[in-house]
Ligand binder design. Structure first.
Ligand code: TLP
Length: 344
């Protein structure tokens, strides 16, 4: 059989030849001493893209989120979050275990919250209530289906937060997908948050790494927390070089992934037993319902796998396919043929 078509996630991308060359040639030093020139360059570049004063290189998106939460809260604080968010769902309980915070979950529309909902969830100051401290948003919203957070919503939520003395964190794992789809600069989004995380190791194609953008004043605390969480890396310039390459070469091609996702969604909408609204596929994530088909999510994934296509169950009746830089137009068309064979 030809190679798998792997649409399980944009995390499966592998470093290209050019990226590997950049990694091999990277100048390195000990980044725990702040002496790795390539890490320093990546941090400057990331800060610039986010319009922030500083940025910190960390091993993963989860660590970026958790260090941000830890930095902005005290144990016992409450964090307002959307109920399908990655931080709540997929971080193995780190918010409670490592940061000691409690989440107040709100149900969004495909991951997007109404400002009034957020405002209503803010606690009054009573000694017996957990103090609301932080609001976390996710852009694009993964379980929402790659939804782009409307900037005006973010701004309104940010104003509410400011007026109530609350802090804001953005899980911007896929902020460049959001920026590509909306044509809004990442810095415009980031300006509304105290900390912003994004991933180099998803659609941007780096093997490892995430960034946290912030004001200069927060950097010493974030560095100390990174060490506390065991995320300080030594000659990390090899990885940072991949990150720089990713930011310089792989942002501008994200629109291709979005077009591929749309093409796939349009084809899926024509198949019996599959429910999806292609209009709602805004970026590189395609989530669809198969409850009207003879399959369970596990049996559908298994049947597709039999034909060489990998996707993941994403809830009781939902499956997710994600396009990325290792998937070209031919792969998408092959994937569509496999879906047609399995579902017709
Ligand atoms: N998401 C992964 C899985 O964990 C679900 C994926 O395949 O999409 N924030 C968001 C919005 C994410 O989607 C992810 C990874 C992370 C954070 C965590 O990033 P890593 O895996 O680098 O810790």
């Amino acid at each position: 059989m030809a190679e798998w078509i792997d649409l399980r996630s944009d995390t499966v991308t592998r470093p290209s030849k050019g990226m590997r060359r950049a990694m091999a040639g990277a100048k390195v030093g000990d980044d725990v001493f702040g002496e790795d020139p390539t890490v320093n360059r990546l941090q400057e570049l990331a800060a610039e893209l986010l319009g922030k004063e500083a940025a910190l290189f960390v091993p993963s998106g989860i660590m970026a989120n958790q260090l941000s939460i830890k930095a902005l809260t005290q144990p016992g604080d409450e964090v307002i979050i959307e109920s399908q968010s990655h931080i709540f769902h997929y971080e193995a309980g780190a918010g409670g275990a490592l940061c000691g915070v409690q989440f107040y979950c709100l149900e969004g529309d495909r991951g997007i919250l109404e400002p009034a909902q957020v405002e209503a969830a803010i606690r009054t100051e009573e000694y017996y209530l957990p103090p609301t401290r932080l609001i976390c948003l996710e852009n694009t919203h993964n379980r929402g289906g790659g939804t782009v957070y409307p900037l005006d919503r973010i701004k309104t939520i940010g104003k509410i937060a400011k007026s109530r003395g609350l802090l804001m964190h953005l899980d911007g794992a896929r902020i460049f997908n959001a920026a590509t789809a909306s044509r809004i600069r990442p810095a415009e989004y980031a300006g509304n948050f105290h900390t912003v995380s994004f991933c180099l190791s998803k659609g941007l194609g780096a093997p490892v790494g995430s960034m946290i953008g912030m004001d200069r004043g927060l950097l010493p605390l974030l560095r100390r927390l990174r060490r506390m969480f065991g995320g300080g890396m030594r000659q990390a310039g090899i990885l940072a070089a991949a990150g720089i390459y990713a930011l310089q070469h792989n942002i501008r091609r994200l629109a291709e992934d979005h077009a591929h996702a749309k093409r796939l969604a349009l084809a899926l909408a024509d198949l019996p037993g599959i429910r999806i609204d292609p209009v709602r596929v805004e970026t590189n994530i395609v989530i669809f319902d198969i409850s009207q088909s003879p399959y369970t999510t596990a049996s559908a994934a298994a049947a597709l796998r039999q034909e060489g296509l990998l996707i993941v169950p994403f809830g009781k009746t939902l499956l997710r396919a994600v396009t990325h830089l290792d998937i070209n137009r031919r792969d998408v068309d092959r994937a569509i043929k496999i879906f047609q064979k399995v579902f017709r």
